[in-house]
Design a binder for this molecule. Structure first.
Ligand SMILES: *[C@@H]1O[C@H](CO)[C@@H](O)[C@H](O)[C@H]1NC(C)=O
Ligand SMILES: *[C@@H]1O[C@H](CO)[C@@H](O)[C@H](O)[C@H]1NC(C)=O
Ligand SMILES: *[C@@H]1O[C@H](CO)[C@@H](O)[C@H](O)[C@H]1NC(C)=O
Ligand SMILES: *[C@@H]1O[C@H](CO)[C@@H](O)[C@H](O)[C@H]1NC(C)=O
Ligand SMILES: *[C@@H]1O[C@H](CO)[C@@H](O)[C@H](O)[C@H]1NC(C)=O
Length: 306
């Protein structure tokens, strides 16, 4: 009798106290199940109980959250996850690409999270343990200028978000040119936050990058929200110990992006130059006042950025 079968029978016993005659044929087997139940119970992982969602948006700190969660899930012994639409690098090691649409697994990375995705997942998991998730947000203006700097230096040349000649555009031309594409990204992100509660914790890029103290606090909050009493105190500490390499303020760590992902996935790097960012920030005032400027300001307010 395989351990998963013992576990399944044990859970059936626990859940409904009804005999599991289809699963366990003999009384002796039943006794065995009961005897081993306490041992087996500790093997139930949080993702056996419910679905986990990690949601990110372009230039909102997606690599940062992805990497932190990869450390967290690896630490807890997860080794299987899927990516929505097949996009993004897997958030469990080994990095095996699985499209959630084809093979929905219980740990899911949604690299373009939207309100619709969350509502759909909530509905789908309503009768099977529900789901818990974490998503990251960032000031929409910062996302826009970060996107400009990123695509301007030639990153992801095939991106549909950036105009073809973005690499040739100075900030005054390129920032407004990036704005319509990023507006769509930010609308999706904002809509996701509207329906996030009570299953999804929303963290801010500004908070997790403010200081090492804030980084630690945010990672602890994520682990507490996602795993609660289902992991041990030691596991909590292990998650933080592993994830600190992603802390952008960590002393002696220039880059932060130290997760051991295949080098091809880490190219181009996602860290922008501070000076380039400052120049691009000055071009924000060139957004058409009546249209894009108003829309961005509205979304900033909705997301709590004033
Ligand atoms: C994941 O872990 C399980 C149990 O430890 C193991 O049976 C399985 O082969 C692993 N899968 C991969 C892809 O490593
Ligand atoms: C919710 O899920 C059920 C099936 O589980 C489906 O029939 C229904 O259309 C879904 N509703 C929404 C709003 O997605
Ligand atoms: C980029 O392309 C647009 C339209 O295709 C054009 O109007 C603009 O002058 C180009 N800018 C540069 C810097 O090449
Ligand atoms: C953050 O956590 C790491 C790992 O546990 C620890 O080494 C570091 O001192 C902590 N930093 C702060 C500022 O608390
Ligand atoms: C990443 O790109 C930025 C902006 O071009 C650059 O300043 C930084 O040195 C790069 N980092 C690495 C590790 O290549």
């Amino acid at each position: 009798m395989g351990s998963s079968r013992i576990l399944r029978c044990g859970l059936i016993l626990l859940a409904s106290a009804q005999s599991c005659e289809h699963e366990c044929t003999e009384g002796a087997e039943m006794a065995l199940v009961q005897k081993r139940l306490s041992l087996q119970a500790t093997e139930v992982k949080p993702w056996d109980r419910r679905v986990y969602l990690v949601g990110t948006s372009h230039k909102a700190g997606s690599q940062l959250l992805r990497n932190i969660m990869n450390w967290a899930f690896d630490t807890l012994g997860a080794n299987m996850s899927c990516q929505k639409g097949g996009r993004g690098v897997p958030i469990t090691s080994p990095h095996i690409h699985v499209d959630c649409d084809e093979h929905p697994l219980n740990i899911r990375f949604d690299n373009t999270v939207s309100g619709k995705d969350i509502v759909k997942l909530r509905n789908e998991t309503r009768e099977t343990g529900g789901f818990r998730g974490v998503m990251i947000i960032r000031d929409p203006f910062e996302m826009l200028i970060s996107a400009y700097c990123y695509h301007h230096r030639g990153a992801e040349p095939d991106s549909i978000l950036a105009p073809d000649n973005i690499t040739k555009m100075p900030p005054a031309e390129g920032v407004p040119a990036m704005a319509p594409g990023m507006l769509g990204v930010i609308k999706m992100m904002e809509a996701a936050t509207e329906v996030a509660r009570p299953d999804v914790i929303v963290i801010r890029y500004e908070a997790i990058t403010a200081s090492s103290e804030m980084f630690n606090r945010t990672v602890k909050n994520i682990a507490q929200f996602l795993f609660r009493g289902e992991i041990t105190h030691d596991q909590r500490l292990q998650i933080l110990d592993a994830a600190v390499v992603e802390d952008l303020n960590r002393e002696g760590d220039e880059e932060g992006m130290s997760f051991d992902i295949p080098s091809s996935s880490n190219i181009p790097n996602h860290t922008n130059d501070d000076l380039e960012m400052a120049e691009a920030r000055e071009a924000l005032e060139l957004l058409p006042a009546a249209g894009l400027q108003v829309e961005f300001q509205h979304l900033r307010a909705q997301l709590g950025y004033y």
